[in-house]
Design a binder for this molecule. Structure first.
Ligand SMILES: [Zn+2]
Length: 415
């Protein structure tokens, strides 16, 4: 097989980087903002010029399609997300879209009409940076989210998701429904956003599973009192209790071992004053694992341990789950196909877990999904420093193109 060209890939990435470019050298392209809308229009124009059939759905997912010679066959879909985090990089999301477009054009120009319809998608949102929800785009496609719930979500500035969506020109009943029931397989290329591939000197990451995730809010209550007049043995110091909990969480997570990870990323306390004993502390828990039972049992064990620690200090403890995502194993046939494509091309590979969430996890109950990673320099992402070498981007495109060829032209996963 001839090597996939990469001219389009780099052009698309360079052009998309302009939309939402900020003074930090990074990109802030949040859902339904003017920068996002301009990127959307630009991408639609690019796909149109390349001869793909372009259509956006009701929430603003953008598709480019090559019809198949078997028109009713389940669609082979590839892509990623168009939005970025605030001051993010130029590759997170954009890479999967640009590689998808280049792969489709190359396949059509080399092999003609595919047997199965072949589509590339730019999902409107994955990051959860403007509104407190993730994978709004792919969630609407797979039925995990519903456009009609948009009025319930609010950004930090008070704007509802519905208002933002309508202001960007979406959310109209006349626009195509987002939910798809014609999908046969979803494949995503993405930068790793971690350091494993670089450390191990591997060129392609084959994702075995995307971790499941629990996010909880925990509140510990003690009594705020005078820092000078309250003796040590008569205190109910909420922060001292929380300090113990955080160290205990770390110890439990280390003992559980990979792929489990647990993080306290946000802490607030009251009254937060130098001469007052902390009266209450709120903190978040972010816990991830690829196995649902282990994830659930770890969370239960942590909360039980927290309760014991709180009781010993006379503190109150409350917790509430804020979000939850189940682990998403990637399809074994797609993983094997990715491995054989790497072997054929002499590309070293690493089978690995994705500790970050991705659109691919939303397809869990809809159709088989597969995912490949390319190395991120120094493992950095969600930063203007995000970078993957042109060679790395080309490797990923090459493997993606090969996989789409097997799926849309050669009957992998047919029947
Ligand atoms: Zn991403």
């Amino acid at each position: 097989m001839t090597r996939t060209p990469q001219t389009l890939l780099h052009e698309i990435l360079r052009d998309l980087a302009r939309f939402g470019a900020d003074s930090s050298g990074g990109v802030s392209r949040l859902l339904y903002t003017p920068a996002w809308r301009e990127a959307h229009d630009h991408l639609a124009g690019v796909m149109q010029r390349l001869g793909l059939r372009v259509e956006a759905d009701r929430v603003g997912n953008l598709y480019g399609r090559l019809d198949g010679s078997t028109p009713d066959a389940p669609v082979v879909l590839t892509g990623s997300h168009l939005d970025t985090v605030t001051r993010g990089g130029t590759l997170d999301g954009a890479y999967g879209i640009a590689a998808g477009i280049e792969a489709l054009v190359w396949l059509r120009d080399t092999w003609g009409t595919p047997r199965r319809p072949l589509e590339v998608v730019a999902f409107c949102e994955e990051e959860g940076s403007r509104f407190p929800l993730m994978c709004w785009g792919s969630g609407n496609v797979t039925g995990m989210n519903d456009c009609r719930e948009a009025g319930r979500h609010r950004a930090a500035d008070g704007v509802t998701l519905k208002e933002a969506m309508e202001a960007a020109g979406f959310g109209r009943a006349t626009q195509r429904e987002s939910r798809r029931t014609d999908l046969g397989v979803y494949v995503e290329a993405h930068i790793e956003q971690g350091i494993l591939l670089e450390r191990r000197g591997k060129r392609i990451g084959i994702v075995e599973a995307i971790v499941g995730q629990r996010r909880l809010g925990v509140t510990v209550g003690g009594s705020a009192n005078h820092a000078g007049t309250t003796p040590m043995d008569l205190r109910r110091d909420a922060l001292a209790g929380v300090a113990e909990m955080i160290l205990e969480l770390e110890a439990l997570a280390v003992r559980a071992g990979p792929p489990l990870v647990a993080t306290v990323g946000h802490v607030e306390m009251r009254p937060n004053t130098p001469n007052v004993i902390p009266g209450s502390v709120m903190f978040t828990l972010d816990i991830r694992h690829t196995n649902e039972e282990r994830l659930a049992s770890f969370c239960a064990a942590v909360l039980e341990r927290f309760a014991t620690l709180a009781e010993r200090r006379g503190l109150t403890l409350e917790h509430a789950q804020r979000s939850s995502a189940q682990p998403a194993p990637m399809d074994a046939r797609l993983r094997d196909a990715l491995q054989s494509l790497c072997e054929e091309r002499g590309l070293s590979y690493q089978r690995m877990v994705s500790g970050a969430g991705h659109d691919a996890q939303m397809f869990r109950s809809v159709c088989p999904a597969g995912m490949l990673f390319v190395p991120s320099r120094n493992g950095v992402s969600h930063s203007p420093e995000e970078y993957s070498s042109p060679e790395a981007l080309a490797d990923g495109l090459e493997v993606l193109g090969g996989l789409l060829h097997r799926l849309a032209y050669q009957g992998l996963l047919d029947g």
